[in-house]
Ligand binder design. Sequence first.
Ligand SMILES: Cc1ncc(COP(=O)(O)O)c(C=O)c1O
Length: 370
Amino acid sequence: VDRVLPAGRYLEWARAHGGRAPFDLSISGMPSPAADDAALGRPATDDDLDAWPKLIAALAHYLARPEAEIVPALGTAHAVWLACAAALRPGDEALVEAPVYQPLAFACAQVGARVVSFERPAPSFAVDIDRVLAALGPRTRLVTVSNLHNPTGVRVPDETLADLASALETRGVVLHVDEVYAPFDEVAGDRGIALDASGRFARSACRLGHRVIATGSLTKVYGLGPARIGYVAAPTDLAARAHDLLEATVGSLPTRWATFALHGLSRLGGAGGLAERSRRLLGTKRARVATWMAAQENLAWTSPPAGLFGFARPGEPVAAIDAWMARALDREGVLVTPGRFFGAPQGFRLAWSIDDAKLDQALERLGRAR
Ligand SMILES: Cc1ncc(COP(=O)(O)O)c(C=O)c1O
């Protein structure tokens, strides 16, 4: 991993800095609802002794997949580890995208795999199937992409994922799609979050091939970060192995957590639910960021059509970009995420989870610090 990502630990940086700057443009999840927010409401009970099977059923409904493909997990981070540990053996090779959300590579390394990367090149940051296939080696067992792509916000079209999954399947390779941001989507009538009428995200990548593992959670899109409600959705043999890994590591997950997870899932769709809250909070922020970016000189922007962040590439040397980010924080109180944590030091990730009322001032201050 150090060879793929020499930049230091992203999560250490995020824990040290995130949420502390007055104008924080680094946070990649929707803000959490307060305990008394009507969108979240309260569970009818704290401890439902049947919560575990009910949670598997509720996640299966949410993802429109069979229960045998579902493994609940503590956030996407845990789901990613379960996916890697289920699909990889020590000595295997894992091929991860670059730029990459560092823990995706880290999890592969932690289960004993050798990590190599394939480029998602600027300016499109698209996944090019030929490029992926050219980077496979005889020991490659897993290919990992994020969707939306962290840090650029770029979506991999379903057709590309399906074609890639099918090409990999014939080579005995599993495709891992980290879809924690995927429900952020601009589909007809959805205004930024893709849920159907019954509150389902029926578009999980696991439906796109026989050997696709999807990982996700309710942490980013619905503001349930601290509740750690995540899932693995995988072919049944890999899901069974992930269940075994869960049992071998923790026995079972806490009943109280599973009870709250059930409640969270029941609050996603419909009038007054968490998806509606997120849509309201997203408002026009993405478009305002795009307008601001377009007005900057010598700066390329990924301009994602949905989601909570994109990637900016000032046409300047890395040292000048670092100096800009340092001035932004020290003089203007504005925090963005350095691209070096994703292996892309020539830019920075800018997220708009900040309060609507503070966004324009944050952008103005960031511009002033340049
Ligand atoms: C691509 C990606 N996967 C997983 C995670 C972790 O998500 P969770 O908070 O659900 O563990 C993040 C968090 O930033 C992420 O960006």
